[in-house]
Design a protein around this ligand. Structure first.
Ligand code: IPE
Ligand code: IPE
Ligand code: MG
Length: 235
């Protein structure tokens, strides 16, 4: 059972295993991405029901451009379609949609436009933030922050953790308390490098398309068994 008194504020999820899910049932990889939509929506409803402030999901990494062009094209169209299909439903639930990642030339204009629309439509919602990491890389985020510091001519002596944090994609979002990765892979894959300095990590063998709110709840229960120390000795 989830202890309602110590629910994490921010959970971040590496939605992994779509390709393997599809291949296991004799489908093409992209059908696995398609099947991930249901998993995402169910996870969002689970997050709303336990009262998370923020759910961050890793949808496309700066390294995912290395995949075959057809798969990349599918993922761009799929993410755009998902936003178009779901933004009003998420808006009705009071979800604020935000994005973390690079808005560079590689992202098709139509996708950027739909992202802007979803962000604008939901900007005033306060029930929960769904932060979508899209064309996101943890190293790229730090590089972008350093570029901003240099552009703003911040003197070297003034550069501290606060100054860097203030230039990340969403400085207003608290660090994730819990990071979940699905599909039995035990790595970070360039996700939230700065932000997860003290996050608890939970790994699940479930392939993303099979992930449901109950899997989120069990990850939260595991989190609640952990003792967070932040380098000190007391909780
Ligand atoms: C995660 O599933 C989705 C993205 C990375 C976009 P994968 O496509 O990585 O699935 P596997 O890991 O190959 O099974
Ligand atoms: C991480 O999964 C990125 C996303 C889930 C979007 P990958 O499947 O790209 O990670 P690696 O290649 O296995 O490390
Ligand atoms: Mg993968």
């Amino acid at each position: 059972m989830i202890d309602r008194a110590s629910v994490p504020r921010h959970v971040a999820v590496v939605m992994d295993g779509n390709g393997r899910w599809a291949q296991r049932q004799g489908l093409v990889r992209t059908e696995g991405h398609g099947a991930g939509e249901r998993a995402l929506l169910d996870t969002v409803y689970g997050a709303l029901s336990v009262g998370l402030d923020v759910l961050t999901v890793y949808a496309f990494s700066t390294e995912n451009w290395r995949r075959p062009v057809d798969e990349v094209r599918y993922l761009m169209n799929f993410n755009r379609g998902l936003l178009t299909r779901r933004q009003h439903e998420l808006d009705d639930e009071g979800v604020r949609i935000t994005f973390s990642g690079r808005r560079d030339w590689r992202v098709p204009k139509g996708v950027l436009k739909t992202m802007d629309q979803a962000e604008a439509l939901t900007a005033r919602n306060t029930t929960m933030t769904l932060n979508i990491a899209f064309n996101y890389g943890g190293r790229a985020e730090i590089v972008d922050a350093v570029q901003k510091l240099v552009e703003e001519k911040v003197p070297a002596k003034k550069i501290d953790e606060k100054a860097i944090r203030a230039r990340l994609y969403h400085p207003e979002i608290p660090d994730p308390d819990l990071v979940v990765r699905t599909s039995g892979e035990y790595r970070i894959s360039n996700f939230l490098l700065w932000e997860m300095a003290y996050s608890e990590l939970v790994f699940s063998d479930v392939l993303w398309p099979d992930f449901r709110r109950e899997d989120l709840f069990s990850a939260i229960e595991e989190y609640q068994q952990r003792e967070r120390r932040f380098g000190g000795l007391d909780k």
